[in-house]
Design a protein around this ligand. Sequence first.
Ligand code: DGT
Ligand code: CA
Ligand code: CA
Ligand code: ZN
Length: 582
Amino acid sequence: MTNQAIAKILKEMAGFYEMRDVPFKPRAYEKAALAIEDLDEQAEEIYEKQGTKGLLGIPGVGRGIAEHIEELLSSGRLKKYEQMRKKIPVDLVELASIAGVGPKTVKTLYQKLGIRTVTDLKKAAVKHKIRDLPGFGDKSELQILAGLNFQTASSGRFTLGRVFPIVKDLVKRLKSGTVFEKLEVGGSFRRRQETVGDIDVLGTSTEPAKAMNFFVRLKDVDTVLEHGETKSEIRLSNGLQVDLRIVKDANWGAALQYFTGDKAHNVKLRKIAIAKGYKLSEYGLTPNRPPSRGGKRRGVIVDTEEKVYRALDMDFIPPELRTDTGEIEAAQTRRLPKLIEYGDVRGDLQVQTNWTDGSNSIEELAEAARKLGREYICITDHTKALAMTGGLDERKLLRQMKEIDKLNSKFRIQHSKFRILKGAEVNILKYGNLDIREDVLDKLDIVGVSIHSHFKMSSAEMTGRIIAALSRPCVDIFFHPTARLIGRREPIQFDFPKVLRAAKRNNVALEVNAHPERLDLHDTLIRQAVEAGVKLVIDTDAHSTKDLEFLHFGEAQARRGWATKEYVLNSRPVAELLKYFS
Ligand code: DGT
Ligand code: CA
Ligand code: CA
Ligand code: ZN
């Protein structure tokens, strides 16, 4: 049984406990499920090697949940879960993934209307059966309908954050089979698009038949859609489709370029090739004129992608830029920017702790960040208007600053240069004022502001609200500026160029939030910010030590937005960063 399958069952159990108002358990099961999804190794392997003790080593997995996992791994079933599902037999995870629907709603919908699936829900909502339920109304019915539409619009696609660990694991397993010489993932995944439709794997092998057999027999394959010598397609049990193509070594560059795309980029490259007398395809680069009599049509050897671009008289184009939005012209005129590199960011400027809704202490987060090679982190707990997270008031913020001073002196004693910065994620209230007093904010190293309420306003009002906040002298960073949640919440509406001008005027940096559910700013807006000369920061918005690893998603997004290192403030050493913000 795969990690995904175990996690899904634990998530459903969390939901069932929530329906029954059992305290603590929902959060505990949810946390364990997330930890299992995040594992680099299969829980099954951990269990085979180390038994129960290994399972207990997974963060958030205690005795009870470890026993559940054991039962699942040894018998493929879990009695407790089956009992719960028998009482309320619904597609809980699918239903609860719709905005405006939680486990309790699912329970009511099942008991009153017999709704078990997303399709049932759609039918009921369209027939206006939901608004008359007790505790519901026009507004909640509309919200559910909007949530359903939103889901259909992005349906069938996976977020990059969700597929990343799956692909990492898949590549590891494919490589361990030693049936491939080269192996690379192309497509939207390699371009680091925020959602991906399917995974395109490319390989070379001296024994293609054996390699293909190995691929279609991977453990978590649900369906083999196609099984050939050069091309196979599988669907994994989590629903993700994976295509594998085996190509000739001499064609590697052309094939990798072709299957990385995107389509518009490829179409334009092919036109350029034709104008230069070539035919460019996944099979290589060949002269376009017919071969002389008796001779063979000889192609250019393009065993690397670099050679494809070089043959077409242009600079190499990084995969993240391949969208046909000016990158080809820039490469032809040698004007591509030198993009920020993975690993360039030195410190993480948005981190939440267990002072509010994070799950780790300041010290644990600092240690984890240091282990990941970061030079500094800024602690930015929520502030008081966000009451559900236990947001800090002035008094608690001052206390936290003292605690950070203590921890910093500890690092100094250990002769470590690592620094914890004092910050906060301050709420921008409805009319643009902040929910923490200025004299306290002045004591922080970095003040980040963000919108967590009143998401729906006219664009004009929202623009005014944001500009009012960014104009406060103490404000340094505008966190997750559009407040979107991929597939769950639409971005807030405001006049972006106007906000860019305000940010520039006030020396406020805009955040590229690396959290894979946010990626906010996203690529096109980053590009506009860079063009307007507005500085950026890349942060994880971590709520646990594990989340600190999200940083590369933000770096990828910044690359997609044509950002260079000099635009990203937290690629600078801490002293320079603080000088900039002071
Ligand atoms: P996805 O899977 O929807 O997230 O997006 P991609 O870009 O991974 O698209 P996919 O999987 O359909 O195809 C992989 C790559 O193959 C694509 O990025 C470019 C190339 N490709 C696919 N169809 C065509 C086509 O009709 N013409 C050209 N020139 N290239 C294509
Ligand atoms: Ca794809
Ligand atoms: Ca594909
Ligand atoms: Zn939070």
